[in-house]
Write a protein that binds this ligand. Structure first.
Ligand SMILES: Cc1cc2nc3c(=O)[nH]c(=O)nc-3n(C[C@H](O)[C@H](O)[C@H](O)COP(=O)(O)O)c2cc1C
Length: 220
């Protein structure tokens, strides 16, 4: 067995072990504030999923130790593996198996939050799986069952392109996960009116949970 095959097998085994308990729905809270608008949206979503007994897991970006991508090319020689061993190892395993992934992020300088961007950059390894190894990181068998969602909040009143940055960045992530982006909910003006005070939020999240449970993309 050559070095590449060996490392593929190792990384598959590692991922399988770690993902035995993977959630149906992975919720990624990307704000630097543990109790801000993004956290509120994720908590509300989680409550609803729990109510319907949909297995889920929340990742709070503030609780993770994730180092920056080194652009070291290790993943070019080792399918599905990153040279850095930190909390990203578990995130890779969770992403590999999740049916639905929801990102919540504030808009920071028209992009995702910087902590979330560090996580996103580490997903270059997924891109390399396709680009260099011609073998996707995720199993494509159940591709039709996958769904991606984005929740983003911006402090300023709505302006042109306010939410485009997070969308195009996270859309690339979903492409690598073989997940279609089903919906991007955006809330502007959060520096004046918190999402807790928005009458539309409850209905928006109920609708999202319905979509998640119905597997809107299942017959794609
Ligand atoms: C570093 C930084 C950059 C920001 N850049 C933008 C921006 O470009 N556009 C915008 O509408 N709001 C911007 N904001 C405001 C946040 O998007 C807003 O406060 C948001 O509600 C924070 O999300 P959270 O409540 O989930 O923490 C910025 C805030 C910070 C801290």
């Amino acid at each position: 067995m050559n070095r590449e095959n060996q490392s593929e097998k190792q990384s598959e085994k590692q991922s399988e072990k770690q993902s035995e308990n993977s959630p149906e729905v992975l919720l990624i809270m990307g704000s630097h504030r543990a109790n801000g608008n993004s956290a509120y949206l994720i908590n509300q979503l989680r409550e609803r999923l729990n109510h319907h007994q949909v297995y889920n897991e929340v990742i709070d970006i503030n609780r993770l130790n994730i180092k920056h991508c080194l652009d070291c090319a290790y993943c070019k020689d080792n399918w599905g593996a990153c040279v850095i061993n930190d909390d990203m190892t578990n995130v890779y395993a969770l992403l590999k198996k999740a049916k639905t992934v929801v990102f919540a992020t504030p808009v920071y300088f028209n992009g995702v939050s910087s902590k979330l961007k560090v996580l996103v950059d580490r997903l270059q390894m997924l891109f390399i799986c396709d680009f260099e190894h011609k073998r996707p990181f995720v199993d494509v068998v159940n591709r039709a069952q996958k769904q991606g969602y984005i929740l983003s909040v911006g402090g300023a009143r709505r302006y042109e392109h306010q939410f485009i940055g997070p969308e195009i960045t996270l859309k690339l992530v979903f492409d690598n996960l073989r997940m279609p982006l089903i919906q991007h909910l955006t809330y502007d003006n959060t520096d004046r009116i918190a999402v807790q005070e928005r009458p539309e939020v409850d209905g928006n999240l109920d609708e999202m949970v319905k979509r998640i449970m119905n597997g809107e993309n299942w017959d794609e």
